[in-house]
Design a protein around this ligand. Structure first.
Ligand code: FES
Length: 122
């Protein structure tokens, strides 16, 4: 089981929800289930509205590192994923800070998910 903590100026306070082990929900699906107001539009990795900043908590090795092709493209075009960050993710398993909530599959690890409440704005 993973603790997923959402934090945003768009929320009155931080909210921590639990993702069941083996669940393959995206962060966006988990947020919708718990009425967390992450902005969304396409829900398919193409618009960038669901931009979030992810911090892995605890001292376990980060797990959710793999980006979808759509996520790579959209984050790169929007200036939220540098070539160096992509290289580090694909070569050295270093997760990039910004992700798309509709593409990120929650894994069995505790994470902090930060978002501004404005579509595509960190
Ligand atoms: Fe469009 Fe996630 S909602 S990229």
């Amino acid at each position: 089981m993973a603790n997923v903590t959402f934090s945003s100026p768009a929320m009155p306070r931080d909210a921590t929800v639990y993702a069941v082990a083996g669940d393959t929900s995206t962060i966006l699906a988990l947020a919708k289930r718990h009425e967390i107001p992450i902005p969304l539009q396409c829900q398919d990795g193409e618009c960038g509205a669901c931009l979030v900043k992810i911090t892995t908590l605890g001292d376990k090795k980060p797990m959710a590192i793999t980006l979808t092709d759509k996520e790579k493209l959209t984050l790169s075009v929007n200036g939220k994923l540098t070539k160096q960050q992509l290289y580090e993710a694909e070569t050295n398993d270093v997760p990039p800070p910004y992700r798309l909530a509709c593409q990120y599959i929650v894994r069995d690890e505790d994470i902090l998910v930060e978002f501004s409440g404005e579509p595509g704005v960190e």
